[in-house]
Design a protein around this ligand. Structure first.
Ligand code: PMP
Length: 366
């Protein structure tokens, strides 16, 4: 039974129960067509409505200005690590990367295949902070400045939007906090997000790109990663991930009727605060290495027993959580410990269950 577990996975992650039920109800007969959305031609009128409505709803949710295009692509966040460089780095041949965690580091490595990558920060000994912008070494000649708004592995989330020279577009990976807080799109050149955390199933990636940045791609850019070709074809250059786009569209409707992005933001703050407060009041029993100012509202990483983690206690905690139906709480293999991902679909009540377990575990083991 669905409600027997609470899924704290980092992604693919929990989807709103309402949406899953809607998918189930309409699985064999989508919008009266008599067939499943998975069996529908991507050139049909029925599918066109699903596709265009999803894009229109996203534009509405984020107030996307008219000089920005919304593209739906495949290849995930990793595909965009390449796509961003292929589409933009040719402007000057170099780009600035702000490396604050595992995902921005991977993006920089991918981009280095297509141009010169300038690391804006000295290599950080650990990814637990976002150095203030006064310490960054930006290159005035960069094709763009790249950063990752929420580092999913380390739980580090920017608490500011970088200020860059008006001539240099800002590119942002929002894969793991997309639609969790309001953003001013006009400050960005490109925003991208893989769907499988906050907005849908794996397989679809959303790109919001300022019009004037389209058409600057390197000659070698594959068509399916080419912003210009995708834009010209309304993201129907080839067969799109139709099922994923359908589900994502339902998630957008769910966000719209659940208080919009501002509502998601309020919930995210309340949920994450609940867990961080328990961590901070545990006198070091629970330990989150991330600087308070940049602690993620989406992914809460912590160790148990000490700053480096007591593996025996952590194992016990995970086992106890699982016995109570709370699953996928294990930290990323590169950092260990525990990670609670509190994406949009996780309710406050579910977060309270986790909080209750943490408090009981503390009392029994402190
Ligand atoms: N960026 C971020 C912030 C992520 O969390 C992830 C996936 N966990 C990626 C990029 C890579 O996404 P994908 O697996 O879809 O390529």
């Amino acid at each position: 039974i669905y409600n027997m577990v609470i899924n704290f996975a980092a992604g693919p992650a929990k989807l709103p129960e309402e949406v899953l039920k809607e998918v189930q109800t309409n699985l064999l007969n989508c919008n009266g067509s008599g067939i499943s959305v998975m069996e529908m031609s991507h050139r049909s009128g029925n599918y066109a409505k699903i596709h265009d409505t999803a894009i229109a709803d996203l534009r509405e949710l984020l107030n996307v200005p008219s000089n920005y295009k919304v593209l739906l692509m495949q290849g995930g966040g990793t595909g965009q690590f390449a796509a961003v460089a292929l589409n933009l780095i040719g402007c000057t041949g170099t780009a600035d990367y702000v490396i604050t965690g595992s995902w921005s580091a991977k993006a920089a490595k991918e981009a280095a295949q297509y141009g010169k990558v300038n690391a804006v920060l000295p290599k950080l000994p650990k990814y637990t902070d976002v150095p203030r912008q006064s310490s960054w070494k930006l290159d005035a000649n960069a094709s763009y400045v790249y950063y990752c708004d929420n580092e999913t592995v380390e739980g580090v989330e920017f608490d500011f939007v970088p200020q860059v020279d008006a001539k240099v577009p800002l590119v942002c990976d929002m894969s793991s906090n997309f639609l969790s807080r309001p953003i001013d799109i006009s400050k960005f050149g490109v925003i991208f997000a893989g769907a499988q955390k906050n907005i849908g199933p794996a397989g679809v990636t959303v790109i919001i790109v300022r019009e004037d940045l389209i058409g600057k791609h390197l000659k070698i850019t594959p068509s399916i990663l080419n912003f210009e070709q995708m834009d010209k074809n309304n993201s129907l250059l080839n067969t799109p991930p139709t099922f994923g786009i359908y589900v994502m569209g339902l998630v957008f409707k769910w966000i719209k009727r659940s208080g919009g992005v501002a509502g998601m933001c309020e919930r995210a703050k309340a949920k994450s605060q609940l867990i961080y407060e328990i961590i901070d009041q545990s006198k070091g029993f629970f330990y989150c290495p991330v600087q308070k100012q940049v602690r993620s509202h989406m992914n809460v990483p912590f160790r148990i027993g000490s700053a480096s983690g007591d593996e025996k206690l952590e194992k016990e905690f995970l086992a106890q959580a699982e016995a109570e139906g709370m699953i996928q709480l294990k930290g990323h293999r590169s950092v260990g410990g525990i990670r609670a991902s509190l994406y949009n679909a996780i309710t406050l009540a579910e977060t309270q269950q986790l909080a209750k377990l943490m408090l009981a575990f503390y009392e029994n083991n402190k």
